[in-house]
Design a protein around this ligand. Structure first.
Ligand code: ADP
Ligand code: MG
Length: 694
């Protein structure tokens, strides 16, 4: 424990620390570190154990350790690039090579034969036995004491060296208040979970004692880490819930729930609603009749029929003489919604208006005018809907599709389009999220699920096929098309620019066109003009095109019931959720459908598991659970969308078992101690600003 300086308030600025001038302050602020508390919670990402010396003979490849020995030999080479090799041996007669590729002349001079060196790093097998590349090291003059505590390794901060950062953290820790001041969690809870106080946890993590459980620390399972994770999860939960309460406290105008238009729509549909659709619609209607804004997430697997439910909700707004907006993350998807809604609503005498980035000039001016005058009752578009200059006459309902593509902030931006009264919000997602995770990620939303597919769908048969067997597939496509069926061929390249993907799709398109003379083959990719894409999609939808070669632009929403075969190239490189989404494009009609996952062998164990999962199940929830297990929630939810990626300590997969405690505690705090709840949110999330001002 550092000698106590006078304890300080958590929000004390970092300029109180010795050596923090304007330049340093700015660098810290760039990383979100501006108060003492920020530094207390700037946690190490790993630890190095320099409290002991390991005999060289006992080193294990891949296991970091500290060694000490005398320099036996030094070799400087320039074979392919400059290189310095220092052979070190210790009393135990072990020898280890330290290897450097970047070094200065002064460094070379230090390594005189016979000099004593203490080095730390991860040994790997090298040309002459074990070696450590670029170890951290120290040439020892006299006796130098070993470390008292494990050395924390902090996430790097641009322009600040690790040693300076360490000093700053230690200075900040000297001002850590006593337990009574710092602690916000009820003691009974900590006891029940066997977790330390916050003060103890912070000190342990910055200065773990020599006998600390290093393995637990490295894996984030040390009680001190769990303690912080608990509080951080709680803070996020409280933040979202508080935001929801604030929004609902504002109130809004209730809709009457007049269903005359809904009844007309239902009558005109060529199908009856599923039970699940009817149930979710009834929930929405109930929400909309309240004088506080609806905040509801509707989950439904691909093809479950979310769009028509959204359309019915929109009609409740329109029946009251007000407006509804539907926002989708991509132009292609938005266009498809536009076509659906126009097909359903225009026969009822309504005007559905289109607003996307590519709508410009006169068309845009007209659209803006229709939105502002209320001539357009329903507005469909991309995030262009949220832009400035888009003024609604009277927006009652904001619908957002495929939420995982939008940030919470973007979603919130639509609510400000309500002028005078907050619009009701409906979020739709096809990414099924396991329940506990949903409770954390969407604590600001009520969640309902359309957990049933329309009848008459035959499950998609999925097979995995090595890429070498591509010719067989081409044959299969020819046969399907000859029977009047249609197919998708999805080209994927990961981590490349849209341009490269487009080129790959182009050459696949050309190859398939050449291989399938009797079939009309078409191409869509993200670099094409919207009008061109739309024309191609229309031709495919109308059955004029037999095989559609596409990039993942077709991932969301595209709906062509006659398409019954899908080929996905490089399937081993895609995540489960994405593959499931893609596959959801087939199996929409009554014909038996199949999905072929083409892969490049050899498959990694992880990739094999993903492909196996898809072969075994069509159930989006089961797939999401597996995905969560394989990849973690950040990936599953999309990194940006919830602010979840900003966790400092918590990890929703690793710490999932804490979530029930977190949810229960959040309920209690909001009911019994709202000020305390505010303090917890402020500590971790930096005040109301980050959420509420979005
Ligand atoms: P998603 O939930 O993936 O957005 P969509 O709303 O695009 O699904 O619906 C998929 C297809 O199913 C559309 O062609 C839609 O018209 C149709 N559909 C929706 N509800 C039903 C139903 N109850 N019965 C039959 N077909 C339906
Ligand atoms: Mg959809």
């Amino acid at each position: 424990m550092p000698a106590a300086a006078s304890p300080a308030r958590a929000d004390t600025r970092l300029s109180v620390l010795t050596g923090v001038g304007p330049a340093l302050r700015e660098k810290l602020a760039a990383r979100g570190l501006s108060t003492l508390q920020d530094l207390w919670l700037h946690l190490p990402r790993s630890y190095e154990d320099r409290t002991a010396v390991t005999p060289i003979r006992l080193l294990q490849p891949g296991v970091a350790a500290q060694v000490e020995g005398r320099v036996e030999a030094v070799e400087r080479g320039f074979r392919y690039r400059p290189m310095l090799r220092v052979a070190l041996s210790d009393e135990g007669r072990g020898t280890l090579v330290l290897r450097f590729f970047h070094f200065r002349a002064a460094q070379v001079a230090q390594f005189a034969v016979g000099a004593r060196v203490r080095a730390y790093g991860t040994p790997r097998p090298g040309q002459f036995g074990l070696e450590i590349v670029h170890p951290s090291y120290q040439v020892l003059g006299g006796e130098v004491a070993l470390g008292e505590t494990l050395d924390p390794v902090y996430p790097a901060i641009e322009g600040i060296g690790p040693a300076s950062l360490r000093k700053l953290v230690l200075q900040a820790l000297q001002r850590l208040p006593d337990e009574a001041t710092l602690e916000l969690l009820p003691q009974a809870l900590r006891r029940a979970l066997h977790l330390p106080s916050l003060r103890e946890a912070i000190l342990t993590l910055h200065m773990p004692p020599r006998d600390a459980d290093v393995a637990a620390l490295q894996s984030g399972l040390h009680p001190a880490q769990r303690r912080l994770a608990l509080e951080e999860l709680l803070a996020h939960q409280l933040g979202l819930r508080r935001q929801r309460l604030a929004l609902q406290a504002e109130g809004t105008r209730a809709l009457r729930g007049d269903e005359k238009l809904v009844a007309k729509l239902k009558k005109s549909l060529p199908f009856a609603l599923t039970k699940a659709q009817a149930r979710v619609y009834a929930q929405l209607r109930e929400d909309l009749r309240q004088p506080r804004p609806m905040l509801r997430l509707v989950q439904g697997d691909v093809g479950s029929g979310k769009t028509v439910v959204a359309a019915m909700a929109a009609l409740l707004a329109v029946a009251d003489g007000r407006q509804a907006a539907l926002m989708a993350p991509t132009e292609l998807l938005a266009e498809q919604h536009l076509n659906n809604l126009r097909g359903w609503l225009e026969p009822l005498g309504l005007r559905v208006c289109w607003l996307a980035g590519k709508v410009t000039g006169k068309a845009r001016a007209q659209a803006l005018q229709d939105v502002a005058s209320g001539a357009a009752q329903v507005v469909v578009g991309t995030h262009a809907l949220m832009q400035e200059g888009v003024d609604f006459h009277d927006l009652a309902l904001a619908i957002v599709d495929e939420q995982h593509r939008f940030g919470v902030h973007q979603r919130l931006a639509l609510r400000d389009k309500g002028k005078g009264s907050v619009p009701h919000q409906l979020v739709m997602t096809a990414t099924p999220i396991p329940r506990t995770l949903a409770m954390s990620a969407y604590a600001d939303l009520d969640v309902s699920a359309i957990d049933e597919l329309p009848p008459g769908r035959t499950p998609v048969t999925t097979i995995a096929l090595a890429a070498e067997r591509r010719p067989e597939l081409v044959e299969r496509i020819r046969a399907a098309c000859a029977e009047g069926r249609q197919a998708y061929w999805v080209c994927t390249i990961i981590d490349e620019s849209e341009e490269v993907v487009a080129q790959a799709a182009q050459s696949t398109f050309e190859a398939l066109q050449a291989a399938l003379p009797g079939v009309r083959v078409a191409l869509v990719h993200g670099r094409m003009k919207a009008a061109e894409k739309q024309a191609t999609m229309r031709a495919f939808k109308q059955g004029e095109v037999g095989l559609l070669v596409a990039t993942t632009v077709i991932e969301v929403g595209v709906d062509v019931p006659n398409a019954s075969l899908m080929v996905i190239e490089n399937a081993e490189r895609l995540g489960l959720a994405q593959l499931h989404q893609l596959r959801g494009r087939v199996g929409r009609g009554s014909a038996a459908s199949s999905c072929v996952l083409l892969y490049q062998s050899p498959l990694s164990a992880m990739a094999r598991e993903r492909l196996d999962t898809l072969r075994q199940t069509n159930d989006g929830f089961a797939i999401a659970e597996k995905d969560l297990q394989l990849r973690g929630p950040g990936e599953l939810l999309g990194t940006r969308q919830t602010g979840l990626a900003a966790f400092r300590m918590a990890d929703l997969t690793r710490d999932a078992d804490l979530l029930p405690q977190v949810h229960a505690l959040a309920d209690r705090l909001l009911a019994e101690a709202p000020q305390l709840a505010d303090r917890i949110v402020d500590r971790w999330i930096g005040g109301a600003a980050r959420f509420a001002a979005a």
